[in-house]
Design a protein around this ligand. Structure first.
Ligand code: 2IO
Length: 402
């Protein structure tokens, strides 16, 4: 058994600025052990990639404990083989083609509706006034839920997100997370059951009318996938959007370039996801004893991949601690390196919603840039980030002219 790491991810210093510790972890403790949660952390790009691409050794079995209690059945990431492939295809059907077009136009409506009241105020908190609300509304549109219940859904969503993205919760906190999950079940099951076969093109209807091995999914299975999508499509949105604008504001020259050439927004979004991935941890469970960087990891142990650290590995990205929207253009230059960033994971379980998320972010950023001129951080505002598992700005107060 490994010794407890010299630096704990639960220390105040780490939660204030995890990025400061990544070089130490990558070079000095490339596999470290966090005793209080009995988990092994991996931080080098090559190791994280190796773990994520070998699903037979590094399974998703720990989700039975980490997710299923609030998801109420298996989520997509728990599935393997043919079942995983088929159910992933069903979800993709709701996110591509005509459905994609429909979704993007709904996202546009949502964004404009939430932004409009702020236009003549000249000030907005991009996280709390916009991002969180926009995220829930857009996810509800994807699922075909009535947005009149958005505040309720947002509250319950927070409870299930907390369970999945926390460590060391108290019994009371766990009870609250379970309560939120039960409320969501009570709310969603009747809706799932009342949707008619092939009547709609929302994700719940599509999943409900699909078959796997000639059999329809049960309401409980549909519920779990619905909750899975609710969480995955909501939780990272406000964080990524705020990080995009924060990083651009910190780099005025790049911000000018993006404003003048909107084609660069895609690069800026990808660079934001590399530089500060909103999902910092991706767990796996080892199916057999395995050695990484000379460290023996026992059978059934849980490994946590540190996505933020891997995305800053100098062996994978040149000048990794620099926010540089032009880095992907460096590909063909000699002696520079630019790997695929791991913000959406890697391998079989790579995020199903990745391409939709990128389009959604680009669409919203364009709307913001079209509506707000002279964007600056508000002088009364002080920047801070929160979260170990998912991480992002607590708020981002912008002032602007129209
Ligand atoms: C819901 C953690 C925000 C997923 C998860 C148990 C499975 C899976 C992820 C992402 C993001 C959330 N894991 N989405 O890391 O569906």
């Amino acid at each position: 058994m490994l010794q407890q790491s010299k630096i704990s991810i639960f220390s105040e210093a780490y939660s204030k600025d995890p990025y400061k510790f990544f070089p130490y972890f990558r070079t000095q403790e490339p596999v470290f052990y966090e005793e209080s949660i009995d988990c092994y952390f991996v931080s080098n790009y090559e190791d994280v990639k190796y773990v994520l691409e070998n699903e037979e050794i590094f399974t998703t079995k720990m989700l039975a404990k980490r997710a299923q209690p609030v998801m109420r059945d298996r989520v997509l990431a728990q599935m393997t083989g043919k079942e995983h492939k088929e159910k992933k295809k069903m979800i993709m059907k709701g996110l591509t083609g005509e459905n994609l077009k429909r979704l993007l136009s709904l996202f546009k409506q949502n964004a404009i509706e939430v932004l409009t009241p702020y236009l003549n105020r000249g000030k907005i908190d991009l996280v709390n006034d916009f991002g969180k609300i926009f995220a829930v509304q857009s996810t509800m549109d994807m699922l075909g839920l009535d947005k009149k219940d958005q505040e309720q859904i947002a509250e319950w969503h927070k409870g299930i997100a907390k369970f999945i993205t926390s460590f060391n919760l108290s019994d009371e906190e766990i009870e609250y997370c379970f309560w939120c999950s039960e409320q969501l079940e009570k709310y969603l099951l009747p809706i799932i059951e009342s949707k008619k076969d092939s009547s709609g093109n929302d994700l719940i209807s599509i999943l409900k009318s699909s078959e796997f091995n000639g059999i329809k999914m049960t309401s409980q299975e549909l519920l779990a996938l619905t909750l899975n999508i609710l969480l995955a499509a909501t939780e990272p949105v406000d964080k990524t959007l705020a990080l995009l604008f924060y990083n651009l504001l910190q780099n005025p020259k790049q911000f000018e370039d993006v404003k003048n050439n909107r084609k660069l927004l895609k690069n800026a979004i990808n660079e934001t996801l590399r530089f500060e991935p909103p999902v910092q941890f991706i767990p796996r469970q080892v199916s057999r004893e395995v050695t990484i960087k000379g460290v023996l990891i026992p059978k059934n142990a849980v490994i946590i991949n540190m996505i933020g650290a891997a995305n800053r590995d100098p062996k994978a990205f040149s000048n990794p601690d620099k926010f540089d929207i032009y880095r992907s253009f460096e590909d063909n230059k000699a002696f520079t390196s630019h790997s695929q960033n791991l913000a959406f994971g890697y391998g079989t379980h790579t995020c199903v919603g990745a391409s939709l998320a990128l389009m959604q972010l680009e669409l919203v950023a364009n709307i913001i840039l079209d509506s707000f001129k002279n964007i600056e951080l508000d002088e009364s505002f002080s920047y801070g980030e929160k979260g170990l598992y998912t991480r992002g700005p607590v708020s981002l107060v912008l002032k602007f002219t129209t």
